[in-house]
Design a protein around this ligand. Structure first.
Ligand code: DC
Length: 228
């Protein structure tokens, strides 16, 4: 598979987008970009610095102070989110961030800031990026667009397991209501709402193992590279 393409993966929260994106990137030797991590890092900055995000001036001033980049972890070589030179990969996964990130990701100025950087990362192709608007807004001409779904109960269970490992005090109800709230805000916001691109292929992984979902996606990659 020598021709490099852009692969976008959009979908609801906790559908397994990042798992698939990492699998594909590893298999194809592509760069994986977790666009949600960027919105999470911006949220962390806003919370730490008490930015009033209802005030456009404050938002614009804060964005000028934010530098985001992904750097590989030396041990695992997985790419990790850095906010102004600080590794924030772990802290941005906290429920405190998850509770606010959808509100902040709905702000037009925040999206313009993040999307410009995401588009730059795709100039050389060979990129797998996951998020909510990657196939619709960031790379509307991407060669392969995947829209992921999974049953709600399965998604809650997956996210709960992930959160519980970090914080045994978290409850399944908390996780469920956070997912429902984020899905609602992400798909109803005015700017770049989550929706399936017309030319996206749907991958429902409710009953698929990680190996099965990778095989399905790889068959699509092969098709797209052939017809490109
Ligand atoms: O993928 P995630 O759960 O880490 O994303 C965190 C939040 O960021 C999600 O609730 C919506 C927002 N987001 C977005 O609006 N656009 C993207 N491309 C990626 C994430």
């Amino acid at each position: 598979m020598s021709k490099k393409i852009i692969i976008t993966i959009d979908g609801w929260s906790s559908c397994g987008k990042s798992t698939l994106a990492k699998q594909l990137a590893k298999k194809l030797g592509y760069v994986y970009v977790d666009s949600g991590a960027m919105y999470r890092a911006i949220t962390l900055y806003f919370l730490r610095n008490h930015v009033d995000w209802t005030d456009k001036k404050e938002v614009n001033a804060a964005l000028k102070e934010i530098h985001l980049d992904f750097r590989p972890n030396e041990q695992t070589s997985a790419s990790e989110m850095y906010l102004n030179d600080e590794n924030v990969e772990y802290v941005i996964r906290d429920l405190v961030i998850a509770e606010k990130v959808s509100d902040i990701a709905a702000i037009k100025e925040v999206r313009t800031f993040a999307v410009a950087q995401q588009q730059k990362m795709g100039t050389k192709k060979g990129v797998v990026m996951d998020g909510r608007d990657i196939g619709t807004v960031v790379f509307p001409k991407a060669e392969l667009k995947i829209f992921m779904t999974a049953d709600n109960a399965v998604r809650v269970e997956r996210r709960f397991k992930e959160m519980y490992e970090k914080n045994p005090n978290v409850t399944i109800e908390e996780v469920k209501s956070n997912l429902e709230m984020r899905d609602y805000i992400d798909s109803h916001r005015e700017v770049s709402p989550l929706k399936k691109a017309d030319d996206a292929l749907v991958l429902d992984n409710t009953n698929l193992t990680p190996a099965e979902q990778l095989n399905k996606a790889l068959s699509w990659v092969k098709e797209k590279i052939k017809t490109k």
